[in-house]
Design a protein around this ligand. Structure first.
Ligand code: IPE
Ligand code: IPE
Ligand code: MG
Length: 257
């Protein structure tokens, strides 16, 4: 009899997450939105540990969209500060865990200090290969496609490329994350069923998983549920759903540290 596939084969290579619901989580507790963002940072740690333990190669988290600048100034500055302090605190741990950190998005709008910190964190972890953690900050899918077009147009301007040579692969090669597996699972927490200008091109064939769970409550159980859903929908390998359910018991939901 042929051996059953391993859990590794059922797990998506690249998971992207729209981490939504921090504000509502705080409101439900009668607290300021900012406390929701702080609790959200804790959920990020859990999700990263889960991804690493279960052999996911890339995890891309939507932390701040191009449109989020329109939020109240106090909330924006709290988010920037949180970003700075988490970066400072976590980078050593990420490095110890063999995790490579990348920030994707238009970094030019961040303070010089934050830009420098980002560059240092990326440099420090550049050689790590257990998991690539991409944080989308000041990211927008439309921005991403636009910047890729600009890069190609520049090449045409410089005479290194002709308009006819612009094929889908040429554009894809100049988008964020082009060096990693294409995201095969998108999770959105917080109950909304939309993409909110996240990875527009890259999600073309991703399985979509929407959960009402608010981001600060997102834990290993919900993550495992999303993986299970993905495996059932996408990667049956000719197995029955009972066999898949049995394999899913190998998902490691042990809480770390
Ligand atoms: C997601 O939570 C975090 C960011 C967009 C920075 P929200 O802040 O959007 O929370 P809700 O959607 O208002 O509950
Ligand atoms: C999407 O959440 C962006 C992030 C999670 C960073 P939003 O709360 O900003 O999206 P909308 O406003 O519901 O579309
Ligand atoms: Mg929201």
């Amino acid at each position: 009899m042929k051996e059953l596939p391993s859990i590794k084969q059922l797990v998506p290579k690249h998971v992207a997450i729209i981490m939504d619901g921090n504000g509502r989580w705080a409101k439900q507790r009668g607290k300021a939105r900012t406390s929701g963002h702080k609790a959200g940072a804790e959920a990020v740690r859990r999700a990263v540990a889960f991804a690493r333990r279960n052999g996911i190669e890339s995890l891309t988290l939507f932390a701040f969209s191009s449109e989020n600048w329109n939020r109240p100034a106090t909330e924006v500055s709290l988010l920037m500060e949180l970003f700075m302090s988490v970066l400072k605190k976590e980078v050593v741990k990420l490095d110890e865990n063999n995790i490579q950190l990348r920030i994707i998005g238009d970094k030019s709008r961040f303070s010089k200090r934050l830009q420098k910190q980002i560059a240092q964190a990326e440099e420090k972890t550049a050689g790590n290969d257990q998991l690539t953690l991409n944080i989308a900050a000041n990211y927008g899918g439309q921005w991403d496609i636009t910047q890729a077009c600009r890069t190609l147009a520049k090449k045409v301007e410089d005479g290194d490329l002709t308009a006819e040579e612009i094929a889908e692969e040429a554009l894809a090669d100049n988008l964020m994350l082009s060096d990693q597996a294409t995201p095969d699972l998108l999770i959105r927490t917080g109950g909304e069923h939309r993409i909110s200008n996240f990875l527009l091109w890259q999600l073309a064939y991703a399985e979509l998983f929407f959960t009402p769970v608010l981001w600060p409550d997102f834990d290993d159980t919900t993550f495992a549920e999303a993986i299970n859903d993905f495996a059932q929908r996408e990667r049956r390998f000719g197995l029955t759903s009972e066999q898949l359910t049995m394999l899913m018991q190998d998902i490691d939901t042990r809480t770390e540290e």
